[in-house]
Write a protein that binds this ligand. Structure first.
Ligand SMILES: Cc1ncc(COP(=O)(O)O)c(C=O)c1O
Length: 457
């Protein structure tokens, strides 16, 4: 018999889950943020594995063979694994992936995901409310890049009549975003046919937030169809002045998109929520749940104040969403998404949110923001390190006093030795090191130890 996840094979399912769980536990039980393996060693290990052998092996053998792959990764729970906006996920959300994979609902058509469809709808409705859109809605996507693309697509399609049918008119539509907005804004402009040159890069203040004076100046006389505010920049975690940007977008009649891929988690916190004031004036919001909400990839949402805003992506498909479905109370989410087949990622989010509750998640947000502020202060207190910009949310950008080459070398040597996986970027044309602190279990002592390591590197 060909084994699948069908009900006749529950024993196989239990055995497979146990075997896979053990393999993961073994890989994560290793000490440190990663093994000290270089790119050649890793490539050689992978090259020995035929991805498509003529004959298969029992699962236990396959997992044994693949153990070096799991072990060759980074271990996100380690306090020295702080390079990216990439948390060790909540265990109940990660294990809920099993339910998503095994039940394999598809979020395009009601008859492919009857209960799941309503779950995603309820989740995005609740998220929309939390972000200041009571009665709002949205759709889940694979990540912030996809959510930003969808938000800007809505802006583009509102800017002219029948853009979807006729293509772009000749005029030069512009998108304004801060110079430190995420790459996905420029990539979206390219994909939407506007071109990367359509993006007006608005300079930032020394704190790293968009300069509204510069925004006013640079957009003067331009045909601006959208302004993007970033709530939590990738390198500094800085939050643009959303209210002032909303005023300007309103004055220009431009779509206001907030990229809260990073900052969306602040909506969970009683202490920090107010820092997103103005977000409720957006036309669309990107909220990444696989960042400061501790979900495994992919879990993002594009939120809108009214579900009707998503009509720009609506399409009728003869085999998925029939006219009579809605009359029967059915919902076909293919009409909200750029995807067709799509995972039931809302399930893992639902499991985690119901298991933790808003207060606990809010406390986790408060904890990592406190830890980040502490790390910034600890860096300032060390003469051999210098802070590049104030800390805002969960990133600390800093340098070892000295030239760029020295900072590059610190980053590379810590990665090579497997002692620490830290971030490296460029701020104001100079190399900066970066810590992204998403682990609420990390202690101040562990931060001090990491800074000792960096100072000594
Ligand atoms: C501000 C911001 N927006 C968007 C993204 C893209 O998110 P994703 O990697 O989920 O596509 C990132 C990624 O770090 C980000 O920092």
């Amino acid at each position: 018999m060909f084994v699948s996840a069908d009900p006749k094979t529950h024993d196989d399912l239990r055995a497979a889950v146990t075997a896979t769980t053990e393999a993961v536990i073994q890989a994560l039980a290793k000490p440190g943020p990663r093994d000290a393996l270089d790119a050649t060693q890793l490539a050689n290990a992978v090259a020995q594995l035929d991805p498509l052998p003529e004959e298969g092996t029992p699962l236990a053998t396959t997992l044994d063979d693949l153990a070096p792959i799991l072990e060759g990764g980074i271990r996100l729970g380690d306090p020295n694994c702080v390079a990216h906006l990439h948390p060790a996920p909540l265990i109940e959300a990660a294990t809920a992936e099993l339910a998503i994979g095994i039940t394999n609902q598809s979020m395009d058509a009601f008859d492919a995901s009857p209960a799941a469809t309503f779950v995603e709808d309820a989740l995005v409705t609740r998220l929309a409310e939390l972000h200041g859109f009571p009665g709002g809605s949205g759709v889940m996507t694979m990540g912030g890049t996809a959510s930003n693309l969808l938000g800007l697509l809505l802006a583009r399609d509102r800017a002219g009549e029948n853009v979807r049918r006729d293509g772009l008119p000749q005029n030069r539509w512009r998108i304004a975003a801060s110079a430190t907005s995420h790459d996905s804004i420029r990539r979206s402009a390219a994909l939407l046919g506007l071109g990367t040159e359509a993006v007006i890069a608005v300079p930032t203040t020394p704190e790293g937030t968009m300069s509204v004076d510069a925004l006013r100046e640079l957009t003067h006389g331009e045909d601006v169809i959208a302004i993007v505010g970033t709530a939590g920049t990738t390198d500094l975690g800085a939050i643009d002045p959303l209210d002032a940007i909303a005023d300007h977008a309103q004055a220009l009649g431009a779509w206001f998109h907030v990229d809260a891929a990073v900052g969306s988690g602040l909506t969970l916190s009683d202490t920090h929520r107010r820092r997103l004031d103005g977000i409720e004036r957006a036309n669309s919001i990107t909220a990444d749940l696989h960042k400061l909400w501790w979900m495994p990839f992919g879990a993002s949402a594009l939120l809108v104040p009214d579900v009707a805003e998503l009509r720009a992506v609506h399409h009728a498909s003869v085999y998925l969403n029939r006219a009579e479905d809605e009359a029967e109370g059915q919902l076909n989410l293919v009409g909200r998404s750029l995807d067709t087949s799509r995972r039931f990622d809302a399930f893992k989010v639902l499991v985690a949110l119901r298991t933790r509750g808003r207060k606990q998640l809010g406390a986790m947000v408060d904890t990592v923001l406190d830890l980040t502020r502490y790390a910034g202060e600890a860096i300032q207190a060390r003469p051999e390190l210098e802070l590049v910009a104030p800390t805002h949310t969960v990133m600390v950008a800093f340098r070892r006093v000295g030239d760029d080459a020295r900072n590059v070398e610190i980053h590379r040597s810590l990665f090579a030795s497997g002692e620490a996986v830290i971030g490296r970027t460029t701020v104001d044309g100079r190399v900066a090191l970066k810590l992204t602190l998403l682990n609420p279990n990390t202690t101040r002592t562990q931060i001090d130890a990491l800074l000792d390591l960096i100072s000594a590197a």
